[in-house]
Design a protein. Structure first.
Length: 174
């Protein structure tokens, strides 16, 4: 004989006791940094004993420091995600050009070696550009004097960073 099926509870029927208990024992979310800062500031507006006030002020400073760190990390993440695609395609394009010039260099060494050195510098620019800064693309975005100047400034900075890292034995891969 087939097993008897239970009827489905209707929307108007009260929830079983097990479900009600689960809802009451729900885990509360931790307050966001912004809310913690606001509540601490509200508490500091009240008349508090000196030792409690000092403790709350320290807590407030730490929360603000954490919030600042969090916003910086978020900004870095957005910049990094925004520029990731451009940097990837530029790196691939430069690597392809380098391979092509390597083959060409075997035929006529002088002219190709100069282009090859320039392309290697371009590759360093793309690979080691600081993640926290706005990226200035090499192949798109125009060649206005302002953009070219910023690009050259970053090239010099990256070259200096690479030399310093090589002297210290560090890896700058970004």
């Amino acid at each position: 004989a087939p097993a008897a099926r239970r009827p489905k509870p209707s929307a108007s029927a009260p929830a079983p006791a097990a479900d009600r208990k689960r809802k009451r024992g729900a885990v509360f979310k931790t307050a966001t940094l912004k809310n913690q800062i606001r509540s601490t500031e509200r508490l500091l507006r009240k008349d508090l004993p000196h030792d409690m006030r000092v403790a709350q002020e320290k807590k407030l400073e730490e929360l603000k420091r954490q919030q600042e760190k969090q916003t910086q990390e978020a900004m870095q993440r957005t910049i990094q995600l925004r520029d990731r695609k451009i940097k990837f395609f530029e790196r691939r394009k430069i690597e392809r050009m380098i391979r092509r010039l390597d083959k060409q260099q075997r035929l006529n060494a002088d002219e190709a070696s100069n282009k090859l050195a320039t392309l290697r510098e371009d590759l360093e620019y793309v690979r080691f550009f600081p993640k926290k800064e706005k990226y200035f693309p090499l192949f798109t975005g125009g060649n206005t004097p302002d953009v070219v100047e910023k690009r050259n400034t970053w090239r010099k900075q990256i070259k200096e960073n690479l030399i310093a890292a090589a002297a210290n034995g560090k890896d700058l891969e970004g």
